[in-house]
Design a protein around this ligand. Structure first.
Ligand code: AGP
Length: 599
């Protein structure tokens, strides 16, 4: 997704803006631009491609001024090009804007502006905003932006400057924006990492809020001008946490920090045989649970379904957020909607949350990013506390989501007056140790990756709680190595996919010990009989499987309820090593973004 940074202060502005965009590169982009108010004029430089193209241009180094905005663009309307890159200017070159989101009614507005004689040079929806501000500007930039936004339908995170004003106007609806409060300087950004090295004091804007930001102060109102008093939050993440800590990629760092991350998720939440969660409504009254999410978060939701129905004995369904939001779902007051989102900004998940709330459901978020939009719109929530996840492919957030969902499951069971399995609680508390043991197998997994880095297809098969793990393993592989991979319930292969099996098809079986072990061994034999290549994840003591499989990946034995957490680790590593051996951009895979804030 696009990245925004703005600065108003006395320091050399271009390094602040360019470095800020660098910290947002993980969000995915295809072009970048900067605009600085310098000697009374707006100086704008834009480049296609990587940020270094922009950073290396001599004009950027020469930029000098106290106010500026910059942007990395992930194309939605109009192909990636210098012309379509932000910032966009009005006809006179007096106003510059940068925008994240989608203006749904931009075509109508564009036609109106063209009729009025505006020269619109790009194919983007965003440029329309610059010309609307120009249309309404009569000396008051804040007022002109407000009038513009009252006409707009869709999502925006917007920053605007004018050559006659020592201020930045920012506004948000559906796309995050944060103010950074410095000493005699101010920052604005679409995400905290862009400004964290300058200040830890931030103010998050909510939807339909607009702010006028000066060098030493700011004011936030709604679009009608009503002043809004906001809490200043202190960011706990250090810049160092954002860095790779010596790992080759953020993804590898995040895979290896999972035992520490999960320990943070668990911290303070299991005490004296009880689960301690602060849920702001009575879960006993919940008759049905609907889980909605996207991608990897949807996979953790599928795992939660098995747990919630078998342990908390609550009927549970799982829906892709993009489907849920449009299918007029049967949701009511006795339902709880669980929305799972690492970023807390995924547009489809946010929309599904709003749909469920509108229909009367209680809402609970399983979120990583503190202060994110979804975290501020749910009735209650469980933060993951795993620190920033920079790699586009989700790893520590996924395993942490599963842990948080298991805690919630046990909490619901406990609130319903049912006894908790003390062994399960103990093993859950000890899971960071098991994760470390699984990580110790990394070198063995790397060797297997070397055998399969040129494969064209993969199948991942699992049963029960490990069927969603198969889906997740397949997603990890395809999104960073670009190898086609499918996850399937193991028993399902005889209903079609078995036709794919031949000597070129590696099949990953998640075959750790559980009540279905015998069945999965039969599935494995079906694959072997057709010359498929079997890579089997097995618990430490699985001799039978070892006689059948071509490759074995051992994982520490755990209770079945905890197996998705431990079994995901080798699958993350397998995907990572294959992608890295192929020399691909593991942290920023092609076509992907870390946070999909558009539909
Ligand atoms: C996961 O590896 C993917 N990058 C993607 O599927 C992601 O899980 C999905 O976009 C949802 O993101 P969220 O958890 O931030 O809502």
């Amino acid at each position: 997704m696009c990245g925004i940074i703005g600065y108003i202060g006395q320091k050399k502005i271009s390094p602040i803006l360019i470095d800020g965009l660098r910290k947002l590169e993980y969000r995915g982009y295809d072009s970048a631009g900067i605009c600085v108010l310098s000697q009374g004029e707006l100086k704008t430089i834009k480049r296609m491609g990587k940020l270094e193209e922009l950073a290396a241009s001599p004009e950027v180094a020469k930029l000098d001024g106290a106010i500026g905005i910059a942007h990395t663009r992930w194309a939605t309307h109009g192909e990636p090009s210098e012309k379509n890159a932000h910032p966009h200017l009005d006809c006179q070159g007096n106003i510059a804007i940068v925008h994240n989101g989608i203006i749904e009614n931009y075509q109508v507005l564009r036609d109106l502006l063209l009729k009025e004689g505006h020269k619109i040079s790009s194919e983007t929806d965003s440029e329309v905003l610059a010309h609307l501000v120009e249309k309404f500007y009569q000396g008051d930039l804040l007022q002109a932006v407000k009038e513009t936004l009252l006409l707009v339908r869709g999502a925006y995170g917007l920053a605007a400057i004018h050559k006659n004003h020592e201020q930045i106007i920012v506004a948000r609806k559906g796309s995050p924006l944060v103010l950074g409060l410095g000493e005699n300087e101010m920052f604005i950004a679409s995400d905290v990492p862009a400004i964290l090295e300058h200040t830890k004091k931030v103010v998050y804007l909510n939807d339909d809020e607009i702010a006028i930001v000066g060098q030493t102060d700011y004011q936030i109102t709604n679009l009608e001008g009503k002043e809004i008093d906001k809490k200043v939050e202190e960011i706990k993440w250090t810049v160092e946490q954002m860095e790779k800590k010596g790992y080759k990629h953020f993804m590898l760092k995040e895979i290896f920090e999972q035992s520490e991350a999960i320990a943070n998720t668990l911290r303070g939440r299991i005490k004296d045989g009880q689960v301690k969660l602060s849920i702001d409504f009575d879960v006993k009254k919940i008759k049905r649970i609907i889980i909605t999410a996207c991608g990897t978060s949807w996979h953790s939701g599928l795992i939660a379904k098995y747990l919630l129905e078998s342990i908390a004995e609550v009927s549970t369904e799982v829906d892709y957020a993009s489907e849920f939001r449009y299918r007029s779902p049967m949701v009511g007051y006795s339902d709880m909607a669980i929305v799972i989102s690492q970023s807390g900004e995924t547009a489809d998940t946010l929309a599904a949350l709003r749909e469920a709330k509108e229909r009367g459901a209680k809402s609970l978020g399983i979120i990583n990013v503190v202060g994110s939009t979804i975290s501020r719109e749910v009735d209650s929530g469980i933060y993951l506390h795993v620190g920033p996840e920079i790699g586009v492919a989700s790893t520590k957030a996924f395993t942490s989501q599963v842990v948080a969902l298991l805690l919630l499951t046990l909490y619901i069971r406990q609130q319903k007056g049912m006894s908790l399995d003390k062994d399960l609680l103990r093993d859950l508390s000890d899971i960071p140790e098991k994760i470390d043991q699984a990580l110790h197998r990394a070198e063995e997994i790397k060797k297997i990756a070397e055998q399969f880095k040129d494969s064209k297809n993969f199948l991942y098969l699992g049963r029960g709680l490990n069927f969603p793990v198969a889906l997740e393993g397949a997603l990890k592989l395809k999104e960073i190595s670009y190898i086609h991979a499918e996850g399937y319930p193991a028993a399902e292969i005889k209903h079609g996919p078995i036709a794919l099996i031949d000597q070129n098809m590696p099949v990953v079986f998640i075959a750790t010990k559980n009540n279905l072990s015998e069945k999965i061994i039969s599935n494995m034999q079906e694959v072997k009989a057709r010359r498929g290549i079997v890579i089997a994840l097995v618990s430490d003591s699985e001799e039978k499987v070892e006689q059948i499989a071509d490759y074995i990946i051992k994982v520490p034995e755990t209770k079945d309820e905890l197996s998705p957490i431990v079994n995901s680790i080798p699958l993350q590593l397998l995907a990572y090593y294959i992608a890295d051996l192929k020399g691909l951009d593991v942290d920023k895979p092609r076509n992907l973004a870390k946070s999909v804030t558009v539909e």
